[in-house]
Design a protein around this ligand. Sequence first.
Ligand SMILES: Cc1cc2nc3c(=O)[nH]c(=O)nc-3n(C[C@H](O)[C@H](O)[C@H](O)COP(=O)(O)O)c2cc1C
Length: 380
Amino acid sequence: MKTLSNLNPTKRRAEEPGLSADSLEAEAVARIIEAGWWAPTPDNWQSWRFQWTGECIEIFWDFETGTSFLDVAHGVAYLSIGGAVTNMEIIANAEGYDLRVDLRSETDSNRPTARVFLEPTTKRPSPLAAVIPERCTNRRPYARTRLEPEMIERLRGLEDNCRKAQLSMLYERDEIEDIGEMAGEFDQFFLHIPEIHDVIFRWIRWTQEEVLRTRDGLPLGSLELNFSDRLGLMVLRKWVRAKALARLGMGRWLASRAAKLYASSGAFGVISLPEMSAEAAFEAGRLLEKIWLVASEKRLAFQPIAGPALLVMRNRLKGGAGMDARLRDWATEVERDLRSLCSFEEGTLPVILFRVGEASPPSARALRRPLDMVARDVMK
Ligand SMILES: Cc1cc2nc3c(=O)[nH]c(=O)nc-3n(C[C@H](O)[C@H](O)[C@H](O)COP(=O)(O)O)c2cc1C
């Protein structure tokens, strides 16, 4: 099993004779940054860079590569950074630090989006630390069995613990089928709006050579497609062909395929916010990663599903900019359905959906760029 302490080949061991207090601190900082580096980003963009200043860890987000048509107010950057900070906090607590985070809402890629200060405290190890490198996205069909009562209890605990971000869980079979069908409908828009088509196809890594060279994006294997689905995906890669096939009803086929997959889940979750802001999206990202780690600890499969909620946000906060009437109508309907399924109050914004359940491990996992490429000044 991979552990956080054997991943950095250049790291010196704490027991090594002659290691100064400074280098011990540098090792702790390296482990904390490494935990952030493991965090998920949409389509495995990894649009971040971590830097230790001697005073704090700065997280820079590249707002050019780290966004997409679906993103609203760069919420996706803050969601991702929230996930990274959750991982960092788990390791920092184990190393004897509390974290204080200074988040900036300006979107300048040359300035840190978050500054993370380490404040010494007593060591508080967590079993979730071991799960940080294990957590991954699983896009297989899951068993339709209900989650164990113990897991449901853990999730209820997380529902109660949130501040800005709220968690709604759906465990009943009819609710799972309803939300699965609704979320699956999003897949037809890959063939409808060129910007949505681009979001997915830009990040697919088609060959092992491409996976290893870029170490970002989604390896084809991680999409869990059978042979004919793979062929179909290759045909749809060109927008003109996707558009032509949409006219022949291919969109409906994609939607029903996704609905069937999503119905194969043990539970669905929806993370929502009372408002959209950098802080609120950051909190949502923290909550998402916490749930994901708890699920991974219980060896449950997990898949975030961002598209439907992001379109609802775009429709509401950007007046449906870049969306045609059909897409706007669909987003309005999704918002209404989510409000009734999750008993949202008026004005609540869904940010991300996810499904969770029992499944065998994924066929392939997304890689990470080398740690020393994304983290400077401590990984020497
Ligand atoms: C904010 C966010 C949104 C995501 N949305 C989706 C999604 O809609 N569908 C999906 O299959 N995976 C989604 N993912 C999962 C990422 O593609 C995945 O985390 C990334 O490729 C890294 O792989 P890993 O999770 O296996 O480490 C999302 C992840 C994040 C952080």
